[in-house]
Design a binder for this molecule. Structure first.
Ligand SMILES: Nc1nc2c(ncn2[C@@H]2O[C@H](COP(=O)(O)OP(=O)(O)OP(=O)(O)O)[C@@H](O)[C@H]2O)c(=O)[nH]1
Ligand SMILES: [Mg+2]
Length: 294
């Protein structure tokens, strides 16, 4: 019987602190999408790291919303509170040198009965490392953290320290995932997410929030995958922007997403992407369900 340490760890925090970057760094593969814009992650996704002595199941969550309302944001916040309720260890993420009221709001949500290891991310951005000390002292008064670890998810700094602190609080028991499993999500889900990441990269500041991605076809033929996807937008005018002049924007989005898929799936991908207008999709509970929002 396998009696390693194993358990679930929720990664939570305000939007844009680097939660998804951290998840990818922890498991060493890109499975969670990242962008410089806030509110990139919309769905919980687990990343699994299996070592000889422990299995860590990290759950990346959407950035917690304090300002916006609407069905999509409500669904995203629900995902965060559900994750907090069901994990063994909590890793809240904040940014070095930047503790805001939104971070405070996340700290208020944390369950008091769960070991909580705070990660202070983007250490590489901090010019004067001495400013960390007063920050650490202040944080100790905010919440009884089991440990506080300054890290850089982007550079990979102090990640082993974070893992060592988390491991201390994992229960012993049977591991739930196989040795080579890296996520709880399907390739179909990941394919949609990779496309959504490119929308964030190529589509200005507003449009990515008004778009969703749906996979309509996913067929596997040996090492070849044939994938058909639809980008759902809110308005007719958005459709033209996504397609771009002579189809250039859509082509770039599809090509970059396909490369990410081929890397992760380790096989060739034929990807077709269309654009469809569905007004009000982000505030329509039924439509949200059909797009995979629980
Ligand atoms: N300099 C620096 N930038 C980082 C670091 N970690 C993440 N970033 C950047 O911060 C931005 C946000 O990263 P994400 O990983 O998408 O942040 P997130 O917390 O998952 O954001 P949401 O999903 O929107 O809540 C991206 O531009 C990352 O490249 C870090 O350690 N150092
Ligand atoms: Mg994210």
């Amino acid at each position: 019987m396998d009696e390693r340490k194993s358990g679930y760890i929720a990664i939570v925090g305000r939007p844009n602190v680097g939660k998804s970057t951290l998840l990818n760094r922890l498991i060493g593969e890109k499975i969670s999408i990242v962008s410089r814009k806030a509110q990139t992650t919309r769905h919980k996704i687990a990343g699994i790291l299996t070592r000889s002595d422990a299995q860590f199941v990290f759950v990346d969550t959407p950035g917690f919303q304090t300002r916006h309302t609407g069905a999509l944001n409500r669904a995203m916040n629900r995902g965060v509170t559900e994750a907090l309720a069901s994990v063994d260890v909590v890793v809240p993420v904040i940014e070095a040198g930047r503790f805001e009221s939104e971070d405070q709001a996340v700290i208020r949500l944390l369950p008091r009965d769960r070991p909580t290891v705070l990660a202070i991310n983007k250490l590489d951005r901090l010019k004067d490392k001495a400013t960390l000390l007063p920050m650490l002292a202040g944080l100790a008064e905010v919440f009884p953290f089991a440990a506080v670890v300054p890290i850089s998810a982007a550079k990979g700094t102090q990640i082993e320290n974070l893992l060592a602190e988390v491991k201390k609080y994992l229960p012993c028991g049977e591991t739930g995932f196989g040795e080579d499993e890296i996520t709880d999500r399907s390739e179909r889900f990941l394919a949609a997410e990779f496309i959504r990441e490119k929308l964030f990269r190529w589509l200005g500041d507003e449009l990515p929030y008004a778009a969703a991605v749906k996979i309509e076809k996913f067929e596997q033929d040996g090492a070849l995958r044939r994938i058909g996807a639809v980008i759902v937008v809110d308005r007719q005018a958005h459709k033209g922007i996504v397609i771009g002049k002579g189809g250039q924007t859509l082509k770039r989005i599809a090509s970059e997403a396909r490369q990410d898929m081929e890397r992760l799936f380790d096989g060739k991908v034929f990807l077709e992407v269309f654009v469809q207008v569905k007004s009000g999709w982000s505030d329509d509970e039924r439509l949200l369900k059909s797009l995979g929002y629980e």
